[in-house]
Design a protein around this ligand. Structure first.
Ligand SMILES: Nc1nc2c(ncn2[C@@H]2O[C@H](COP(=O)(O)OP(=O)(O)O)[C@@H](O)[C@H]2O)c(=O)[nH]1
Ligand SMILES: [Mg+2]
Length: 464
């Protein structure tokens, strides 16, 4: 990783030189790259960045100058401009994951650009570009589209983790009398640390593993807060690691998504958010209001559908949810919609009736499209903490869930629960809900999550 950052720096230097020559000199570039980079792989990477920026420079510059206007930033120094070009290229044209590209661009701007340039990169690249750009998912199975929209990712994580971050920030700082002096890592310290980590609801075992790592690395030494936090972050990223898991849309016919979870967990709201995400991505959506137990539930989804521009299929209160699900899928096929999302009831009297209900819904969908539902998303309420883990098991017994949407992360100081869920449930966390509005959804990313969790502690990007 650090090596690729180095390759970016060198690519930046080459690009910078472009501004002072009438034409690129490939021979000179080559010797420059080889002299400064330790191996061929890095040279190849740096060269691809340089050539990529050159090839797309017209478009990139047009985009940048328009954004710069929006941001009232009219004169850009040559370094700033090239930092931005490189970042824009990686985000828009390369196969570097968006988050990595954005973070790298910010780092580059901080190190080489002006203060304004760092701000500009942070604001423009993260917010504006990533909203409209699409990223490529991990290797998906053949025949499936890989596109999914990412929304101002890091900001969303910060928004969702504000409360947890605040608690953790205070708690970790409290362990150290002064930031610069550090503290002796002894048993007393480790006990205090463990207690504070457990408070985030990450689960006792992960908290112990993390503390153990600190003991191994630092025991009997005086350590500064930043160094300790760095180790904690690495450990947590490891504990949460998963394949990136955006919803994969199928190429032929509608992608059918069934949404399950207990009452009030945030199903209907999450459906609205997913709908917005798809519609922003120019996909058409049919919603099935198969929570027919409560009139209010149908109403709520109807309002969202109207607001967001989705087609909705409903049934009378108390009518058979399976019939609604059936008609929703049929409608999606009939009008050639890209996506069909089916809401379900969360409250059922017994485990058995829940199972029957959900598997019946499953069957009526599969009758029309054999692979449907393509996704079964379990919505969990983060504010109920570790309770979510037993809910996940419960629902997975009733119906094969494919992933988790973790709603209301913004409403809890116990955001560490994501670690517990990743450890305790064999399902990927696909999206997180960070507020009540339709845009308050983010694709889950463990690294961005941990970075946001400790954001203010380490003093990075703390301006809001
Ligand atoms: N703060 C916050 N509130 C949420 C979020 N998701 C859902 N809610 C709220 O939680 C409540 C229940 O949500 P709803 O979608 O109706 O749950 P359902 O019964 O599972 O369909 C509503 O008041 C929502 O506005 C979220 O990510 N953040
Ligand atoms: Mg609902």
């Amino acid at each position: 990783m650090a090596n690729r950052s180095r390759a970016r720096e060198v690519a930046l230097q080459v690009l910078y030189q472009d501004d002072f020559r009438s034409e690129p000199d490939p021979g000179e570039d080559e010797s420059f790259l080889h002299a400064r980079l330790s191996n061929d792989e890095l040279v190849v990477f740096a060269r691809s960045l340089v050539n990529g920026v050159r090839r797309n420079r017209g478009e990139i510059d047009a985009e940048l100058s328009q954004k710069a206007d929006n941001w009232s930033l009219h004169r850009m120094a040559a370094t700033d401009r090239n930092v931005l070009r490189l970042g824009a290229f990686e985000i828009l044209y390369s196969d570097t994951p968006n988050r990595v590209a954005i973070n790298e661009a910010i780092e580059l701007a901080k190190r080489f650009g002006s203060a304004q340039s760092a701000q500009f990169v942070n604001g423009v690249l993260d917010r504006d570009f990533s909203i409209s750009s699409t990223v490529t998912g991990q290797d998906s199975t053949a025949g499936q589209s890989k596109e999914i929209t990412l929304m101002g990712l890091f900001d969303k994580f910060k928004q969702g983790l504000k409360k947890t971050n605040r608690l953790l920030n205070t708690d970790i700082r409290d362990l150290f009398k002064s930031e610069s002096e550090g503290r002796l890592i002894d048993d007393e310290f480790l006990d205090e640390l463990l207690e504070r980590l457990v408070k985030t609801d990450m689960g006792v075992q992960p908290a112990m593993d993390t503390t153990e790592q600190i003991r191994k690395d630092f025991r009997a030494r005086v350590v500064k807060m930043d160094d300790m936090v760095a180790v904690i972050k690495t450990k947590l990223k490891e504990l949460m690691a998963q394949e990136s898991a955006p919803i994969q849309t199928v190429e032929q016919g509608p992608t059918v998504i069934m949404v399950v979870g207990v009452n009030g967990s945030g199903k209907t709201t999450s459906i609205a958010k997913l709908t917005k995400m798809f519609i922003d991505d120019k996909k058409s959506v049919v919603l099935g209001a198969a929570d027919t137990f409560r009139a209010a539930a149908v109403q709520q989804l109807t309002i969202w559908a109207e607001r967001l521009g989705a087609t909705i299929v409903t049934g009378e209160t108390g009518s058979d949810p399976a019939s609604v699900a059936h008609r929703a899928v049929a409608k999606a096929v009939e009008i050639g919609a890209d996506i069909c999302i089916v809401d379900t009831a969360g409250r059922l009297q017994t485990q058995q009736s829940l199972m029957n209900e959900l598997s019946k819904l499953h069957r009526v969908m599969a009758k029309q499209i054999p692979e449907a539902p393509h996704e079964v998303l379990l919505v969990l309420d983060s504010t109920t903490g570790q309770n979510g883990i037993s809910q996940a098991k419960h629902f997975t017994e009733a119906v094969n869930c494919t992933g988790i949407v973790l709603a209301k992360l913004d409403g809890t100081a116990k955001g560490g629960v994501v670690v517990a869920i990743r450890q305790g449930v064999g399902l990927p966390v696909k999206y997180i809900g960070v507020g009540e509005k339709a845009e308050d959804l983010a694709l889950f990313d463990a690294d961005a999550f941990v970075d946001a969790l400790f954001d203010e502690i380490t003093g990075k990007d703390s301006e809001e």
